[in-house]
Write a protein that binds this ligand. Structure first.
Ligand SMILES: Cc1cc2nc3c(=O)[nH]c(=O)nc-3n(C[C@H](O)[C@H](O)[C@H](O)COP(=O)(O)OP(=O)(O)OC[C@H]3O[C@@H](n4cnc5c(N)ncnc54)[C@H](O)[C@@H]3O)c2cc1C
Length: 479
């Protein structure tokens, strides 16, 4: 029931998903394509940890038949379950310094939550969410996901009118048959689109008035008509781990997803034209709670990674005695402590929900994710301020193997590191924050879980302010 890295990679290779990148359809094995080789290998290594003696008990759970399954599929029914989930999530996240945003546990947590909240779904759809969860758990599957429509027109009153099939942009239901529903159009932005076994498609947020856009389902990534239009890969051919220590291993590739008359079988549909339930699917199932918990676990790890990196950069060139450097480093410490405290509070104040799931307190998680959207770019800026020109004067591995090596060794040495050690460290800092991979990381955190403006607004709207207003009234009366 728990997969190995080798089996996962072989499985994805066999799917022959329809992926396009840089003007070409990917042919042959995905694991041999430069854009996907690194991420597949890295995800494979995560799966392999399920089999290592030191990590197996953290990453796996047992069912009634004593069969092992991945931790993300466990239905948490106690605080201890949530604590163990945090430890497992962070163990996986540490393998990439938190830079793999979509490690398998992210959407597997969604699949677990939907399956465990089956009572939310009506009629046959309730059975479908349970079956998909069981299937995913049994086969240790991975999922990509798409939750938003193409960015065509975001003006307040825009509604897409598409009477003709040729006019359709945002994916919608265009037909239903005995076998299932037909979806046509596009969705954004499936990170790792085509690199996973399946795709989870959920309704976009906001108010729904047109039932053609009301659907949720999960289908295999190689379903006929499903196409992944990948962005330019940052992991080009010949890239190596010295020059691009993160890009070479963790570039996930984000894709526009095209549904070209895709038939979604009825047994894969979770929600269909149900205008009453669509607005509540994320909140009532507590999907938001569980996804944010996974995300904040990862963001804590990423902050630890940034702190370690900034401190190492500062130590290498001996700048830690300056007060402003200490102040900057303490800004990262403060972020780390705030994020960790919010995470632990969410866990500590968890509760059993109506579906018997022990869910974290959503409030601190909403605060953490909103806070991180704004704080992460500042942490990146701190690294830039500490590294200065060291983040630019970055020879490659080939330079070190060439006849200019003696110059490099002499002139790029640092107080506390040889030239090679220093360049390796600064390259890591550059790759995390300045390379195309690094810039995407910043954009990723900025838009993680949605637009920062609307997320902050939903925090404001959902936050009960009455007792504080009451306190002011009482204070004024107490004169
Ligand atoms: C690197 C990366 C990876 C991603 N991976 C995934 C993924 O795997 N799956 C997935 O489903 N999504 C993914 N996303 C998408 C992510 O969820 C969205 O970026 C996010 O929800 C914001 O939506 P948008 O990009 O369409 O921005 P828009 O909604 O188009 O916003 C653009 C700008 O307009 C403003 N704006 C637009 N509408 C409003 C409004 N109604 N009120 C106020 N201001 C408004 C916004 O504040 C913002 O400044 C990813 C995004 C990034 C950057």
């Amino acid at each position: 029931m728990i997969t190995t890295g080798k089996d996962y990679i072989a499985r994805i290779d066999q799917l022959k998903n329809d992926i396009w990148i840089d003007g070409e359809q990917v042919k042959g094995k995905l694991s041999e394509h430069p854009a996907f080789a690194g991420i597949l290998k890295s995800k494979g290594a995560l799966y392999d940890l399920q089999h290592h003696s030191e990590t197996a008990s953290i990453l796996t759970r047992k069912n009634q038949n004593n069969e092992l399954f991945n931790f993300a599929f466990e239905h948490p029914t106690s605080k201890e379950h949530l604590t163990n989930r945090r430890i497992a999530t962070q163990l996986w996240a540490r393998k990439s310094g938190g830079t793999i945003g979509r490690s398998p546990d992210y959407i597997n947590t969604a699949i677990m939550t939907l399956g465990s909240s089956s009572a939310f779904f009506s009629g046959r759809y309730a059975k479908n969410v349970v079956n998909v969860l069981e299937h995913a758990k049994k086969n240790d599957l991975s999922f990509t996901h798409t939750f938003i429509n193409p960015q065509v027109n975001r003006s307040p009153h825009y509604i897409e009118f598409s009477n003709e099939k040729e006019d359709i942009i945002a994916a919608k239901i265009i037909n239903e048959t005995e076998e299932g529903i037909i979806i046509h159009g596009a969705r954004l932005l499936a990170t790792q689109g085509g690199v996973t076994d399946e795709i989870l498609v959920m309704p976009v947020g906001g108010n729904h008035i047109d039932p053609d856009y009301v659907y949720a389902f999960a289908i295999p990534s190689n379903t006929p008509g499903l196409r992944f239009l990948g962005r330019e890969s940052y992991a080009s051919k010949g890239i190596n781990s010295f020059d691009h220590p993160l890009t070479s291993r963790f570039d996930e590739v984000d894709s526009v997803v095209v549904f070209d008359h895709v038939l979604v079988p009825w047994d894969r549909v979770f929600l269909y034209r149900d205008l009453d339930s669509v607005g509540r699917i994320f909140t009532d199932t507590n999907l938001n709670f569980m996804l944010l918990f996974q995300a904040v676990c990862r963001q804590v790890v990423k902050t630890e990674f940034l702190l370690g990196l900034c401190e190492s950069v500062a130590n290498t060139i001996a700048i830690t005695e300056y007060q402003h450097v200490q102040e900057k480093l303490s800004e990262i410490i403060i972020t780390l402590e705030i994020m960790e405290s919010l995470l632990l509070r969410a866990e500590q104040e968890g509760q059993i929900n109506p579906f018997g799931t022990f869910v974290p307190n959503i409030k601190p998680l909403m605060v953490a994710s909103s806070y991180y959207q704004k704080t992460y770019p500042r942490l990146v800026e701190i690294l830039h301020q500490l590294g200065a020109s060291g983040l630019i004067a970055l020879p490659t591995e080939k330079d070190f193997q060439s006849e200019i090596a003696p110059d490099l060794n002499q002139y790029l040495q640092a107080k506390n590191a040889s030239a090679t050690e220093r360049v390796q460290l600064f390259r890591l800092a550059w790759d995390l924050t300045m390379s195309p991979f690094g810039s995407r990381q910043t954009q990723y955190e900025r838009y993680f879980f949605g637009d920062p403006v609307r997320l902050a607004s939903s925090l404001y709207q959902s936050y009960d302010k009455t007792r504080f207003v009451k306190q002011i009234e009482t204070f004024l009366q107490d004169k």
